[in-house]
Write a protein that binds this ligand. Structure first.
Ligand code: ARG
Length: 282
């Protein structure tokens, strides 16, 4: 436990080395294929993120990158994994459709229980974030709102739908991060007025981000309950988190931001089924 009373819980993440990272098409406002990208820089920035997670004691698995899938580094989009059940993504754009079979195989080969591809467009943890026992579900740009009912049935958890309205924040994880069970931070202007009301009502103590931190992708953060790994450019947000007793850890992922992604986009949380305790003989 930290001095602030916050506790880190070790996590299990799936990541994908940006071996084929590039910006060759544009499916969000950050992507400009005419701007050069340097795969080597992307690789070393990603490696640093990976090493930070290892230093924090998290377990990291890797999925093999596939040629011609330059966005595959954004592993958060590959699936949603909860209670050992795996709902693999169905991507909005054909450019990324080839990632789904790679994730289906990865989970099936490792004996994960129920592994299935979503029927409706569903970009994994890009749009589905677990807060306590509720799945927060974004729609508006990528995931189909019908994916929410599907996720509710598949996981047996309640789903809270949120509508995104600013194309710069096209996935929920670009506009909102879960810090601890019921603590979140978000950028209000990224959401429809109705969703803003829902968020204010449900999370009255949330950290509200300023635009400067939001456009630095500060909300694309990964928290273990104590450490919050986020882009180092989001300095304001880092200060706010520290005031609340979190330990912000800045990483430079500027190369990956050229594709519209940062720390959280690179990180898919794997949540196994709760261990079954052997029943006691009486
Ligand atoms: N270029 C990718 C896309 O537009 C970036 C994905 C970012 N991932 C995320 N979880 N927000 O699909």
């Amino acid at each position: 436990m930290s001095r602030s009373g916050r506790t880190a819980r070790p996590r299990h993440y799936l990541m994908c080395r940006p071996h084929y990272f590039d910006v060759r098409y544009s499916i969000n406002p950050w992507m400009d294929p005419t701007q050069p990208t340097v795969t080597e820089t992307g690789l070393s920035q990603w490696k640093r993120l990976h090493d930070v997670f290892v230093e924090l004691g998290h377990r990291i698995d890797l999925i093999e990158p596939v040629p011609d899938l330059p966005d595959m580094v954004f592993a958060a989009n590959g699936a949603t994994v909860l209670d050992g059940r795996v709902l693999v993504a169905r991507f909005r754009h054909d450019y990324r459709a080839g990632e789904s079979p790679a994730y289906l195989d990865w989970f099936a080969e490792r004996g994960w229980g129920e592994v299935r591809q979503a029927e409706y467009v569903n970009e994994g943890e890009g749009d589905f974030l677990l807060a306590g026992d509720t799945l927060l579900a974004g729609s508006g740009f990528r995931s189909d709102p019908r994916a929410q009912r599907e996720a509710e049935e598949f996981f047996g958890r309640s789903v809270l739908g949120l509508t995104l309205v600013d194309p710069r924040f096209y996935h929920l994880d670009t506009a909102l991060a879960v810090l601890d069970r019921d603590e979140i931070m978000y950028y209000p202007a990224a959401f429809s007025p109705e969703s803003r009301e829902v968020l204010a009502d449900r999370f009255p103590g949330a950290v509200l981000a300023e635009e400067a931190d939001a456009v630095a992708f500060g909300l694309n953060a990964v928290s273990d309950g104590l450490h919050v790994v986020l882009p180092e450019q989001a300095r304001g947000l880092a200060g706010r988190l520290a005031e609340r007793g979190f330990e912000p850890i800045g990483v430079d992922l500027s190369e990956l931001l050229k594709a519209g992604g940062s720390a959280k986009c690179c990180t898919l949380e794997l949540r196994p089924a709760p261990a079954v305790r052997p029943s006691r003989r009486v």
